[in-house]
Design a binder for this molecule. Structure first.
Ligand SMILES: Cc1cc2nc3c(=O)[nH]c(=O)nc-3n(C[C@H](O)[C@H](O)[C@H](O)COP(=O)(O)OP(=O)(O)OC[C@H]3O[C@@H](n4cnc5c(N)ncnc54)[C@H](O)[C@@H]3O)c2cc1C
Length: 390
């Protein structure tokens, strides 16, 4: 971790919260991680345990059963302690800070009352489905389509989604679908619930990392979604996604940076112990320079991400800034973990050393939630630099 003095945005209440959260991850979550990585998903009871302690959707209002503390610093603490003491592949934050805000911020009061309480308690696990086999970065190319039912009481959904996190376990999935044959920018957001006729799940996808996080294909075959399950204006999904994706990207930046900080710390311990040529590996000038450079970059990026958390709290996190946080933190995560693995030598390639799995777990951070090339596109457009328009 960076020197505590470098982080000024936490207050005593946050540190007290961190103590309880750390105990939870150490005692209730860490003992199961190995088994979850084997079985390919987290036990549902992890969500209900986290929910019982108030660790899911910390921001949600008391009228829905939440704590009503709309302060992203609490989510940041949850992410940091989860990554450090349990695993990077346990996606409470996807549930809490990525998917649930679609319901809270775009949904209406009836939808909030219907969906938020069980998300807060952990009885229901949430997922979001945008990506398709033929459309990831270019979401305007999505083919999943929603057509109004003949009687106008709802929509009929047809299509397929892929790479969906929490995909096999989710009870509630926010699905993006095209709602007009004329405009590819008319997208709606539909709440699809487990058990709706025509909604099926494909295989759990095998991945190079993050084995405890289930990632799946979802299929929609004439799924009738009632109008009551449409979030907001069914033609304005892009605008909604653009707004909420900034916070999603910050959430990933917080996770990636916590992962990098953890890799740094365990490597520092390792190179102080491991000997070669009669001295600790850490005593070689190369090791000192590598670690010093990484320390400086970690501290600088942490300051930026912490500032973004405060911007989000103030309602001022824009798309460009969210993209910058994601770009910087995930690039640094890759750089730090690669350098740390190198300092471990052959041990770094062995599964029994955490740095080895951190390497494969981290690789996706530069790809998902919008690839880092797309982050540069967003930041570039903010500078008034546009490529060819389609
Ligand atoms: C483990 C995992 C979990 C995921 N979870 C979810 C989820 O829960 N929900 C969900 O909806 N999606 C999820 N995704 C999907 C993820 O968001 C997409 O994979 C990502 O957006 C990239 O899309 P793509 O895979 O189609 O790549 P492509 O769009 O095919 O991109 C391929 C390459 O081309 C580059 N590229 C594309 N367009 C441009 C451009 N304009 N300029 C420069 N380079 C470009 C990309 O950066 C990339 O390097 C997940 C993915 C993974 C791997």
């Amino acid at each position: 971790m960076p020197a505590a003095s470098l982080r000024l945005h936490f207050e005593p209440d946050h540190e007290e919260f961190r103590t309880g959260v750390r105990r939870f991850f150490q005692q209730e979550i860490a003992p199961h991680v190995e088994r979850w990585r084997e079985q390919g998903h987290v036990d549902r009871s992890a969500f209900t345990q986290a929910g019982a302690l108030g660790y899911l959707l910390t921001w949600a209002g008391e009228q829905y059963g939440g704590a009503g503390i709309d302060d992203l610093r609490y989510e940041q603490i949850l992410v940091e302690e989860c990554v450090r003491h349990a695993d990077v592949g346990i996606y409470f934050n996807l549930h809490s800070t990525v998917v649930a805000p679609y319901i809270a911020e775009i949904g209406n009061e009836e939808q909030r009352q219907r969906f938020l309480p069980k998300a807060i308690s952990g009885e229901h696990i949430l997922a979001i489905a945008m990506t398709e086999p033929g459309a990831g970065s270019d979401l305007a190319g999505m083919r999943t389509q929603a057509k109004p039912t003949a009687d106008g009481s709802g929509w009929v959904l047809n299509g397929a989604k892929t790479y969906i996190s929490n995909g096999t376990q989710a009870d509630v999935v926010v699905v993006a679908a095209r709602t007009s044959t004329e405009s590819k920018h008319a997208i709606g957001l539909f709440v699809v619930e487990a058990g709706m006729p025509g909604f099926t799940r494909g295989r759990k996808l095998k991945k190079m990392g993050l084995p405890a996080q289930d990632t799946a294909e979802l299929f929609f075959d004439h799924v009738v979604v009632p109008a009551a399950n449409v979030l907001g204006d069914p033609t304005q999904g892009f605008a909604h996604m653009a707004r909420l994706l900034a916070k999603e990207r910050l959430s990933l930046a917080m996770t990636s940076l916590a992962h990098a900080q953890t890799a740094f710390d365990l490597t520092l311990d390792y190179i102080k112990e491991r000997q070669a040529f009669g001295q600790a590996i850490g005593a070689f000038q190369n090791s000192r320079f590598v670690m010093a450079g990484l320390r400086a970059e970690l501290d600088a990026t942490q300051c930026f991400v912490d500032q973004c958390v405060l911007l989000a709290n103030a309602g001022r996190l824009d798309a460009d800034t969210g993209a910058k946080a994601k770009l910087l933190a995930t690039d640094l995560e890759g750089k730090v973990i690669d350098a740390c693995l190198q300092l471990h030598g052959g041990a770094g390639y062995m599964d029994e050393y955490r740095i080895s799995r951190m390497y494969t777990d981290a690789r996706v951070s530069r790809i998902f939630a919008g690839s880092n090339e797309i982050m540069k596109e967003i930041i570039g457009r903010g500078l008034g630099l546009y490529g060819r328009r389609r």
